[in-house]
Write a protein that binds this ligand. Sequence first.
Ligand code: DGI
Ligand code: FE
Ligand code: FE
Length: 203
Amino acid sequence: MQYNIEKIKQNLKRKLNSDRYEHTISVAYIAIALAMRYDYDIKKAEIAGLLHDCAKCIPDDTKLSKCMKYNISISDIERENPYLLHAKLGAFLAMNKYRVDDKDIVSAILYHTTGRPSMSTLEKIIYIADYIEPNRTKAFNLSEVRRIAFVDLDLTMYLILRDTVEYLKKNPKNIDVMTIKAYEYYDFLQKEKSNFLKNEEED
Ligand code: DGI
Ligand code: FE
Ligand code: FE
């Protein structure tokens, strides 16, 4: 599919506040850089990066009403924390408003906030680009995560999910089950890898 990048950017500029627009452009560029590193389609990475937060600046009550209107399911945690819905609503808008018919791009938008077990390459690229883009300053271990992002995607997922779950534990009832499942999956994967390496050494 051919995408009109300039038109998408113009639309996002109207729909997002200026900080969110800057963040969006940065995520798209970091996603392109990661796609280059991991031999992934750079156009798909760019489109997913541009659209990942397309629903972010919709007011929370409108997010809830739009989800109801479009039959998008709302969990109890999403009802309590409606900002989480920008991922589901963003994936819906990518398909129906921006006419993205590529399932990889849509699911990268859908899972960009919580992650999920066994993520695709594009899902990991967008999740990671969102966390490490240069305007981000608040997360712990950012310089380490930024370096590892260009070394090992699965290890980076583990590091980000570990720190995110740690941060969210301040308010455990607001943690989405998908975030926990994603963390448990990447934690397990890291342990499997280190056990494998240990056994190799002993052989
Ligand atoms: O939209 P962005 O700010 O660019 O980034 P994002 O969509 O990854 O959202 C980041 C925020 O989402 C961050 O503060 C952590 C939070 N988050 C991630 N998983 C969960 C979560 N918040 C809640 N309440 N529950 C989760 O499971
Ligand atoms: Fe987001
Ligand atoms: Fe974002």
